[in-house]
Design a protein around this ligand. Structure first.
Ligand SMILES: Cc1cc2nc3c(=O)[nH]c(=O)nc-3n(C[C@H](O)[C@H](O)[C@H](O)COP(=O)(O)OP(=O)(O)OC[C@H]3O[C@@H](n4cnc5c(N)ncnc54)[C@H](O)[C@@H]3O)c2cc1C
Length: 394
């Protein structure tokens, strides 16, 4: 069920989305249906071809302003698109870091020249972006990053290491939160730089994840260079940009995954019936809780994103409620999947069997309470900034 009520115009938009997907999500794209999650680089070339198909249809960067080639779509339209996309079982999106994360950040904080240079390529799926925030020793405590950028004539020169860089091995560009003033207090000496990946000073090493894929990487900078004017926002003003960016990450960038929950639940109900487990009273209770959870998640997403329309375009600390609730709910759903499968869930093999997909989503869901801000950090944020409780001792 869509978590928003549509006006007649929005209803027509929904029809347009459905018709386009019915006409274009065919052949190999359809066969790949719903596969390739956030932490998987399975079928990369096919998914890239699908991104370009979406680009030709004008479905990338829906919320980008029309003056930069976007649709200027409303939040409701973006929810509608993500919902219909999930219902159609289209491949998991590849270019979200560009279209939903750094793209909106450049729109909100970038210079006119940065917008003209980078947004068209994002809209055409011609470049893959990755996020260079986390470091060994700077994950939850992001402001502790130690990667440095020093001015040298018309360039910045970078030294340091990032980690968990999703799609680092595929990326053409990385946005890097780095230290540009070593003397300033830790939140005040940071800048957000746009850096080309394909250059001698950047080395990428893939890391194997719990499900056997290697979609995230370590990224090393050893004399890597970027142009002096490729700072997003102000030099040493990177913390404000990073917070705005994290709002996009927890907001519209999360929509494809959130709108997929209902379809996952439907598949799970079908699985429970097919395996004769739907009459088990304990499982039935858990299935009912999962159904209630997907409704709560949908409404809280609509409320959270609705707040964007009324504010300054960025999400407030309330977005922590959704991050905490949705990631925890999805982990429980995945646990329910393996419980319904029973002993079969312990047989692990890379094949195209139904249970393989369930197992993988169970394993990968463990990361959901970590990336985008770990659950403990969301609880701290809610305690301190929403409930007004005393700050944690530092
Ligand atoms: C699948 C995946 C993809 C990722 N992709 C990217 C990416 O593309 N780019 C990128 O930059 N990063 C990425 N990350 C990194 C992610 O942002 C970090 O893992 C996350 O911020 C947590 O940081 P950490 O791993 O260093 O854990 P830590 O910060 O070391 O935390 C370890 C544990 O301690 C807890 N903890 C930490 N501080 C506190 C505190 N003050 N109070 C209470 N508990 C606390 C945490 O909640 C956690 O349980 C990805 C992570 C995953 C799992």
């Amino acid at each position: 069920m869509l978590p928003v009520v549509l006006s007649p115009e929005e209803d027509s938009f929904r029809d347009e989305v459905r018709q386009w997907l019915a006409a274009h999500l065919v052949g190999d794209f359809l066969a790949f249906g719903g596969r390739g999650g956030a932490a998987s680089d399975e079928g990369f070339e096919l998914r890239l071809a699908w991104e370009k198909e979406l680009a030709r249809g004008g479905w990338l960067g829906l919320g980008f302003p029309t003056e930069y080639g976007g649709r200027g779509a409303s939040i409701t339209e973006q929810i509608v698109f993500a919902y219909e996309y999930a219902q159609a079982k289209a491949p998991y999106r590849l270019s979200i870091q560009g279209t939903e994360m750094i793209g909106p950040t450049i729109v909100a904080f970038g210079t006119e020249a940065q917008k003209r240079r980078f947004l068209p390529d994002i809209l055409q799926a011609d470049v893959i972006w990755c996020q260079g925030f986390s470091e060994p020793g700077a994950g939850s405590d992001l402001a502790s990053v130690r990667t440095t950028a020093v001015r040298d004539g018309d360039s910045w020169v970078l030294e340091g290491q990032k980690v968990w860089t999703t799609f680092g091995h595929h990326a053409d560009w990385i946005y890097v939160l780095c230290r540009t003033d070593a003397e300033a207090p830790k939140h005040k000496g940071l800048s957000m730089l746009l850096v080309p990946m394909k250059q001698p000073g950047v080395e990428v090493r893939q890391i194997r994840n719990i499900a056997g894929a290697s979609e995230f990487c370590e990224t090393f900078f050893d004399g890597a260079r970027t142009d002096a004017d490729l700072v997003v926002g102000e030099v040493n003003g990177g913390w404000r940009v990073a917070l705005g960016h994290l709002g996009f990450e927890r907001g519209t960038a999360a929509l494809p995954a959130l709108m997929q929950f209902e379809r996952e639940l439907d598949d799970l109900l079908a699985l429970a019936r097919a395996r004769g487990r739907a009459d088990d009273p304990v499982l039935r209770q858990r299935l009912a809780e999962a159904w209630i959870g997907v409704r709560i998640s949908g409404f809280s997403t609509a409320r959270k994103l609705g707040a964007l329309l009324r504010g300054d375009g960025t999400l407030g600390p309330e977005s922590s409620i959704g991050k905490l609730y949705d990631s925890t709910w999805h982990q429980k759903l995945c646990e329910l999947k393996v419980d319904i499968l029973g002993p079969e869930a312990t047989l692990y093999a890379y094949d195209e069997s139904e249970s393989e997909g369930w197992q993988r989503s169970f394993l990968l869901s463990r990361a959901e309470t970590i990336y985008g801000g770990a659950s403990q950090i969301q609880r701290n944020t809610l305690g301190e900034r929403v409930l007004g409780l005393p700050r944690e001792p530092r």
